[in-house]
Design a binder for this molecule. Structure first.
Ligand SMILES: [Mg+2]
Length: 254
């Protein structure tokens, strides 16, 4: 199991369970095998929108600005270092659209080996607005916790990548190789201080993510609930768009 590239970073494995060999984000649809291909074509409309539109950048920047304002409001009166925010990694603060472009132009589909090769390049850019948000939280006295479903075996690569694109963070919690994609136990490890014992307990006040499961207790079934069930969104939950992949893919038949 690889470790982060620098000693001050705590990378924890807090879940135990049955064996799971996938190294890709657990929410990602895995292809049946590396030999599966599709006809080469230009990037799909949703991928082109994400990479080419001013609107996507506006949405991510405005979302992070709103999240920072919420963090400032909710942390009022709290001691520096006692509170923090949780951010997902992929398609929240790290942009993997280049991976999708490479696959689509080659007529290939996502596979675990292709994903591992991509992550190990450590060259993924930041999502617009993310760096300002993370540094802003730290200036307010908050901790930044990156809670990702990237496998523990790739956590050092994630840490190095975050550093290389100036995405500051205090805690990085990857997905143990034998665990599922729910993040509740990992958030608990941050709250009870086991994620990074030298920092102690950290009360998470704000969550940012591109998947509904980046928010405590949430799932795709929220879609069928009345608007009142979304009351935390825009207050302490801040969602970013990901039209490329996610747990939404399996939530309804096309
Ligand atoms: Mg994500």
């Amino acid at each position: 199991m690889r470790r982060p590239a620098f000693a001050s970073l705590a990378v924890v494995a807090v879940l135990a369970g049955t064996a799971c060999v996938s190294t890709a984000p657990a929410s990602r649809t895995s292809a049946a095998g590396a030999s599966e291909t599709r006809p080469p074509h230009v990037p799909t409309d949703e991928l082109h929108w994400l990479r080419a539109s001013a609107e996507y950048r506006a949405i991510t920047i405005q979302t992070f600005r709103a999240a920072l304002a919420a963090a400032e409001k909710l942390s009022a009166g709290k001691a520096a270092g006692s509170w923090g925010v949780s951010v997902d990694a992929d398609e929240t603060i790290i942009d993997n659209s280049g991976y999708e472009v490479e696959l689509q132009r080659k007529g290939l589909v996502h596979t675990d080996p292709a994903w591992v090769e991509w992550v190990r390049r450590r060259g993924r850019p930041a999502v617009p607005g993310a760096a300002a948000f993370l540094s802003g939280v730290q200036k307010l006295g908050g901790r930044v916790a990156v809670v990702t479903n990237t496998a523990q075996s790739l956590c050092a690569d994630v840490a190095a990548n975050l550093d290389s694109v100036a995405l500051p963070h205090d805690i990085l919690v990857c997905r143990p190789d034998d665990a599922g994609d729910r993040k509740e136990s990992r958030w608990e490890s941050i709250a009870n201080g086991t994620a990074r014992p030298d920092l102690g307990r950290v009360e998470i006040l704000v969550w940012v993510g591109d998947n509904i499961q980046d928010f405590p207790g949430q799932s795709q079934s929220l879609r069928d609930e009345p608007e009142a069930a979304f009351e935390d969104f825009g207050v302490r939950f801040f969602a970013l768009p990901n039209p490329i992949y996610g747990t939404w893919e399996k939530s309804l038949p096309r």
